[in-house]
Write a protein that binds this ligand. Sequence first.
Ligand SMILES: *Cc1c(COP(=O)(O)O)cnc(C)c1O
Length: 228
Amino acid sequence: MIRDNIELVRKSIEDIIKKPYEDSSVLLLAVTKQKPISAIVEAKEAGITDIGENKVQELVSKMNELGDNYINYHQIGYLQTNKVKYIVGRVKLIHSVDRTALLNKINDRAKQLNLIQDVLIQINIAKEDSKSGIYIEDLEKLLNLADKMENIRVKGLMVIAPFFEDPELTRPIFTKAKEIFEDIKNIHYNNIRMEYLSMGMSHDYKIAIECGANIVRVGSTIFGNRKY
Ligand SMILES: *Cc1c(COP(=O)(O)O)cnc(C)c1O
């Protein structure tokens, strides 16, 4: 079933970008939170290369069980500064960096380990209180700071759109995110490369890709609903 769902999602990605998934620049990031190890194994066998988790404890436990080189791991959820030490150097990308204290912590830990950690900056376009992410007017300041940090590389932006029954209504948010992404691309930075625009989940990933997302984070459409 997981394999069939992955096939369907890939097919719909191909329909939008009009080329084979393998030849596209879109990464299907399978979100495995609250799902067992067996689901990750099944997803990998169906071609998934990258998985995302939103809780550090769950992520670390899965990494320990499967091994760091089994698959690429991504931290996509809110990250507390005191949890940073458990994941720096072990995850391909931290999607949820949204404040100075967190940048500092990641940079310090990466320096300690003598490596460079790739991160995305999470932006909160709709200014939803219920979601983390930096407001657009504060973004430049954070980027300027990040640019001076030698053990962090900012690789792009992450967005969680507000939930609308009709996913079409998220289009203005995603379009805005793409504009900001392109604007930053045109600024000269040393440590910032706008490569990844991580936006779109099960409900709205098709719209996100149409708007320029190149990482989509899809959970329930692949693995079934979670119990909250
Ligand atoms: C859970 C989660 C997803 C995936 O959500 P689905 O609706 O199950 O696809 C994507 N991004 C983040 C940050 C999440 O926490």
